[in-house]
Design a protein around this ligand. Structure first.
Ligand code: WAQ
Ligand code: MG
Length: 266
């Protein structure tokens, strides 16, 4: 059997130097030109404007992608930023992250400056990423065709089959595979996209509607981490290719109590 070669394809687009959209995946050589077309079109028709600069990176992976499963997905019926924040606090403190760290993360997510990557915070809220303005960018993740179909159908039943949810779930599934990561909070930087999420290995990917008010043009991500080599974690997040091959259940609206009582078995 010949060894398959995989390619990482990444796109970033901007208008007048300001980032507007991005996309990435891990693909078979045969589909590169289709994906390039798809990503280019996405950049050109983005609702935040038509890109005047599109950067594409197409790179053969020297390392065989690691196969993983996605985190199970749930949605809470949070009604406003306050209840969303309270849910995030309860979920994240239940895996050992301190309230102080979570408060620090929310504060940093609310100062009105959007980092390109994620913050790394220890469970006490101390920032550990080497570049505090840029953060850590997670890259080199994707999903197999078969799993993508399964995910599209599972999300479709919930009316959630869109790139925003799919890409966030794929990213979080890669991140939480690494044992040092205990939890994550994410708020979109899209002013019209008000649903965020928290994730832990134990609970899964939990969507938090209305975590921010409409019109807020900034957002961000924080990964809460525990003991281990930060260098190894950063290398994994940035460089290790990971492909989702199995899709865990995607469930409609649940109550916080159900999430806290029934931790996902992974
Ligand atoms: N690696 C690390 N951090 C990133 C990355 C990345 N690859 N991409 C974005 N970020 C950071 C950056 O600070 C962004 O401002 C912030 O995360 C949010 O990114 O299920 O769209 O791409 O409905 O705006 C959540 C979906 C959507 C919830 C999240 O994030 C749902 C989203 P965005
Ligand atoms: Mg965005």
């Amino acid at each position: 059997m010949s060894r398959k070669t995989w390619f990482s394809i990444r796109m970033r687009s901007a208008v007048s130097g300001v980032h507007i959209s991005g996309a990435e995946g891990i693909y078979d050589k045969n589909v590169i030109s289709n994906i390039v077309k798809e990503y280019t079109q996405r950049a050109l028709i983005h609702d935040r404007g038509t890109a005047d600069e599109i950067r594409l990176t197409i790179e053969e992976l020297k390392e065989k992608p690691k196969h993983i499963s996605s985190l199970p997905l749930y949605t809470l019926n949070t009604r406003n930023p306050e209840t969303a924040k309270k849910a995030a606090l309860e979920i994240l403190t239940s895996v050992g992250i301190t309230e102080r760290a979570i408060e620090e993360a929310f504060k940093a997510l609310d100062i009105g400056f959007t980092m390109r990557g994620a913050m790394l915070m220890n469970i006490e809220g101390v920032r550990l990423e080497p570049d505090l303005l840029r953060g850590i960018r997670v890259t080199r993740m994707g999903i197999t065709d078969e799993a993508a179909k399964d995910l599209a159908s599972k999300l479709g039943r919930l009316g959630l089959n869109n790139n925003t949810v799919k890409e966030a779930l794929i990213l979080a599934s890669k991140v939480h595979k690494f044992r040092m990561v205990l939890g994550e909070i994410c708020i979109s930087d899209d002013p019209k996209y008000t649903t965020g999420y928290v994730a832990t290995r134990a609970h899964g990917y939990i969507r938090l509607p209305r975590i921010k008010k409409r019109g807020v043009p900034y957002g961000g991500r924080a990964f809460f981490i525990t003991g281990g080599e930060v260098k190894d974690l950063i290398k994994y997040l940035q460089r290790t290719p990971v492909l989702i091959r199995t899709v865990k259940p995607c469930i409609g609206t649940l109550k916080l109590k159900d999430i806290l009582e029934h931790k996902a078995s992974r």
